[in-house]
Write a protein that binds this ligand. Structure first.
Ligand code: B12
Ligand code: SF4
Length: 339
């Protein structure tokens, strides 16, 4: 059959063609994003020099990307702060679903308006064929910062001027320029109170803003990629069931089952939990700093829980010195060449 005679081709040629806008109106796009479920949104150009590190990656994901749409979704604060980590983890996962759903809806609307658009995962899944290298398609934090949605605090999470760090981020790529782009904030909402430094049980956050991502991923991500590999290695190395049960507690196995069955659970995220920054967050801290520390920081510090650390690491030394009531467990990172 001649292609021109195909019913699809005839239907398409019969309908009135509407050219898609060469430049997307920023106000229209903002309203679209808020209506889709985002709590805040801003835009950055792919040519923004602050985002040079992302360019080749987004060009591979969506050839011809011209604009980043940066989305913010709020998390419920007291859920993130709770010592019951099942509550905090549910909050992370649910907020991840909300932001992915919003991004999916916006991408569909852009497609319907004649644009090419793509929404990389806000969190997981990521590109595990590249693990342990850069597994993320686009780094949401620098995009949000360049678009003016916040600034990274000492704990290296983005702090939104109003919502504080109780947010998740996502980025949509689109093949058209937008009529106006955001600009970085002229101040940092971080108060430099160092509560995040005090809260991290493995000392991953240093006072000067240096971040020990290995310490964080070995403990906080115990039931994610590397920690799972270490758990599987322990199964392989055990001589029999009794030996395995002597190496891994019932609670640890149940927790791993829960992570594999539902969604992987973070062990801490205490840096976000204690952060008082942001116009809608700061009041209880401003009114009574000691009371805030007692209410939010102390219960996390006092919680009895296992801390996962690498052998001979700074994290091990820190955890044993600062948190003697929290047992440390020396583990393997699950990454070849790094114990
Ligand atoms: C990789 C990653 C991590 C890594 C590294 C963190 C990091 N600082 O980069 C680990 C596993 C440790 C991690 C932990 C957490 N993360 Co995380 N993470 C990401 C991810 C996938 C990319 C981060 C990124 O842009 N890194 C590159 C640059 C921009 O980050 P950077 O801080 O400037 O630089 C550091 C890293 O590059 C690191 N580094 C250097 N080389 C390498 C190599 C590898 C392989 C890795 C992993 C890291 C690494 O060291 C640098 C110096 O600190 C994003 C999702 C995404 N697609 O963007 C979420 C994201 C940054 N994470 C987020 C969250 C919430 C967390 C946790 C709170 C998780 C939790 N629930 O417990 C903790 C907080 C730890 C902390 N204080 O930063 C949110 C942050 C939201 C916000 N308000 O900013 C994001 C944006 C996810 C989302 N959709 O909202 N995360
Ligand atoms: S806890 Fe304090 S020092 Fe840490 S990021 Fe928040 S405001 Fe900044």
């Amino acid at each position: 059959m001649n292609l021109a005679d195909h019913p699809t081709v005839r239907a398409v040629r019969a309908r009135q063609r509407q050219a898609s806008a060469a430049v997307i109106d920023a106000e229209w796009l903002r309203e679209l994003c808020l209506a889709a479920g985002a709590d805040d949104v801003a835009f950055a150009s792919v040519d923004n020099p602050d985002l040079a590190s992302e360019r080749e990656h987004v060009e591979t994901a969506l050839p011809g990307t011209k604009t980043y749409i940066s989305l913010v979704v709020r998390m419920n604060r007291d859920n993130v702060r709770s010592v019951a980590r099942s509550v905090a983890n549910q909050e992370f996962h649910r907020s991840g679903e909300v932001i992915n759903e919003a991004a999916h809806r916006i991408t569909r609307a852009l497609e319907d308006a004649g644009h090419r658009a793509l929404n990389p995962s806000a969190t997981f899944p990521m590109e595990m064929d590249r693990y342990p290298g850069r597994i993320w398609v686009v780094a949401h934090k620098p995009v949000a910062v360049a678009a003016g949605l916040g600034v990274m605090g000492i704990h290296r999470n983005v702090i939104h001027p109003k919502f504080g760090n109780f947010i998740l981020l996502a980025t949509i790529l689109v093949d058209k320029p937008v009529s106006s782009y955001g600009a970085p904030l002229d101040y940092s909402p971080c108060l430099e109170c160092k509560l995040c430094v005090a809260a991290c049980p493995v000392g991953a956050i240093k006072k000067d803003g240096e971040f020990d991502f290995v310490a964080c991923s070995v403990h906080n991500y115990r039931e994610f990629m590397g920690g799972f590999t270490d758990w599987a290695q322990t199964v392989a190395d055990s001589t029999d069931a009794e030996d395995f049960r002597s190496r891994v507690s019932d609670s640890e196995n149940a927790s791993m089952w829960q992570s594999l069955s539902f969604k992987a659970n973070y062990k801490a995220a205490y840096c976000l939990a204690v952060c008082p920054a942001g116009e809608e967050v700061i009041e209880p801290y401003l009114e009574d700093r000691k009371g805030f520390v007692k209410l939010v920081l102390k219960p996390l510090q006092e919680k009895e829980e296992t801390l996962y650390v690498l052998p001979d690491s700074a994290a091990k030394e820190y955890a044993e010195r600062r948190y003697p009531h929290k047992p440390t467990k020396v583990v393997d990172s699950g990454i070849r060449g790094r114990r």
